[in-house]
Design a protein around this ligand. Structure first.
Ligand SMILES: [Zn+2]
Length: 247
């Protein structure tokens, strides 16, 4: 339902992240609600996460196979969420920050032009965990966003996953101010179970298993986002913000 506030159907979401599983941890509950409302969702992943853990439980993966395994996990989950198949760049895990930010931004720009997004979700300045790949994708996504706006005259909304100061402390995270502002809070109770299933489906990754446990223990049925200060908000952005918050 667009309750005639946003004059485009379907609306297009894109999440721009570094590794398979970043999208699930940060924003999959909201993305699924977006899709359930007859909208489209895409993900860009900068790497295949080849440097991650080599399996959990009985699963033992060889280092040289990990990229393929993680790509498969990502594709499976995006299908589960109702999102489109991912755009995956061929950077090696932990090499994203070795690329010139503008070069990575141009690759992102090509995809933005193809899909004409209404909402762009990417990490904020610390990448939540201070992972250099997360910070690199943040920088390039912001540059791509600026290129896209000046090349097309479109004005999509750029948002970052955000975490309350209190929860950030619990996790030992040192976030930027832009990642602590809960400008948009989405109740994901309806999609929470599938989000947890998605995390558990990342069987190669220890982190994903631990987060699944933690999210269930603490019943984290909300996802929060801050509005990037890079935005030049107009009427349509306000509509999109209200629409997101009402999902
Ligand atoms: Zn990551």
């Amino acid at each position: 339902m667009l309750n005639n506030t946003v004059n485009k159907n379907p609306l297009v979401w894109i999440g721009i992240f570094a590794h398979p599983d970043d999208e699930t941890t940060s924003s999959s509950g909201t993305m699924m609600k977006w899709v359930k409302n007859n909208n489209e969702a895409y993900i860009i992943t900068g790497t295949r996460g080849e440097e991650g853990t080599l399996g959990t439980g009985d699963l033992k993966i060889k280092r040289e196979d990990l990229g393929k395994v993680r790509e498969k996990e990502l594709r499976h989950n995006l299908d589960l969420y109702g999102a489109k198949p991912p755009y995956i760049f061929d950077y090696r895990d932990q090499d994203l920050d070795k690329e010139t930010p503008e070069v990575l931004a141009k690759k992102i720009l090509t995809i933005l032009k193809k899909i004409s997004p209404d909402i762009i979700v990417t990490f904020g300045p610390t990448g939540i965990s201070n992972h250099p790949d997360h910070i690199a994708i943040h920088k390039s996504a912001v540059i791509a966003y600026k290129y896209y706006k000046s090349d097309t005259n479109q004005n999509p909304l750029l948002i970052y996953p955000a975490i309350s100061e209190e929860r950030a402390k619990d996790y030992g995270l040192e976030l930027s101010e832009d990642e602590k502002r809960l400008d948009i809070v989405v109740d994901i109770e309806d999609t929470f179970e599938t989000k947890i299933k998605g995390l558990k489906n990342y069987k190669s990754q220890e982190d994903a298993q631990q987060l699944a446990k933690r999210f269930v223990e603490h019943n984290f049925i909300y996802e929060s986002f801050s509005i990037s200060p890079v935005n030049e908000l107009d009427k349509n952005s306000t509509k999109l913000i209200n629409y997101l918050a009402s999902l």
